[in-house]
Design a protein around this ligand. Sequence first.
Ligand code: NAD
Length: 403
Amino acid sequence: MFIYKAGVIGAGTMGSGIAQTISFSGLPVILKDVDMDKVNYGIQLIKKIYQTRVDKGKMSSNEMEQKMALVTGTTSNEDFKECDIIVEAVYENAEVKKKVLTEVEKHIPENAILATNTSALSITELAAAVQHSERVVGMHFFNPPSVMKLVEIIPGLQTSNDVVQDTLTFAESLRKIPVRVKECTGFLVNRLLMPYLNEAAFIAQTGTATILEMDEAMRQFGMPMGPFVLMDLLGLDVCDDVANILYDAYGSRMQPSSLLLEMKQAKCLGVKSKVGFYTYDESKTSKFPEILQKLSQTSPQGVRPFSPVQSLLPMINEAALCLEENIASPMDIDMAMMAGTGFPSEKGGPLHYADQLGLDWVLQQLQLLTKQVGERFWPAPLLKRMVAAGYLGTKTKKGFFNY
Ligand SMILES: NC(=O)c1ccc[n+]([C@@H]2O[C@H](COP(=O)([O-])OP(=O)(O)OC[C@H]3O[C@@H](n4cnc5c(N)ncnc54)[C@H](O)[C@@H]3O)[C@@H](O)[C@H]2O)c1
């Protein structure tokens, strides 16, 4: 199916970024929100993205005007009647999303795709709310959508193959890197990223390294930013919510660090509230030192030295569990982590990196940490089987990949 016109619902951070990305590819896009103030706010965000390109000499003012002419705002679902795909990007709340999808379905063409940008809700459950569940698919963009190349495409149980294929093609037409992900809680990238961020928060609680030391070490490792700068950017409320959703689904290995909840309750939400682990406005003061002080009285067991390699072990272990569950191929797992989180390309993603470290070493470290720190490091059964079979990584020329 050709996509000639798209709609986006929710003119916030993601919705406006997605609408900009669509217009940038040359397609007309209609942006909807609950009132015109919110719609206009979203349109201003889009203008800002284009203006930055103009200021950097990447596009002319004329081109910017042409792209902006492709964007229209609305508060009515009736304006979606000619759209071939609608991307929903409203609040991360299942009931709100179900209502939005059900209402818009009444106004769109029979074969139009309903894509949801949910970060962690079940595609299958959202799809079950509408009449034609086969047209609902997860289309998970990353923040900021204008910059981030990765889009996870997640079919629900009922999603038709045509819808998946058309959505993959649509994402490619937006010059993105789509990765097909089998539905699971957190999908692929958040499921792998959160254990790493959560572990950084646990380490901060134990006081073995400061957030500045950890952020600097991970930048030296090659990440575009450290875990605390990233959490501030993602929003500490979002991080705590996602951590809890993962905990609900996977149990003890995903137990959230109380630091995230404390920061959320103290309204230190990161860049969006101008204060999080760091401050982004001179008039604000972060509650982080007090919270750390309070938590140090009940600090989690297992004080250990911090190193970038060790902080990545939960991510590597989760990647092995995803492989066992056929969530994505080894190549797609590495590609998704490079394109979605900036995992350094010279290290090739968490699975290539594990192969370089040696899977026997990775397994041994996980077993040691399970004893010293707790069960969240329990090694993936696949790792044990691979080591037993001599798949140790680059040194034996076979591991997650062949060399
Ligand atoms: N922020 C991120 O980093 C990020 C990344 C990936 C995915 N997501 C997901 O994208 C979605 C949106 O997140 P966001 O950060 O852009 O949120 P946001 O709060 O910035 O924007 C949400 C927008 O949706 C609008 N909205 C709410 N109910 C609506 C309705 N019934 N009809 C029309 N508009 C409505 C709100 O007015 C608001 O403008 C969420 O599902 C989130 O989990 C967020």
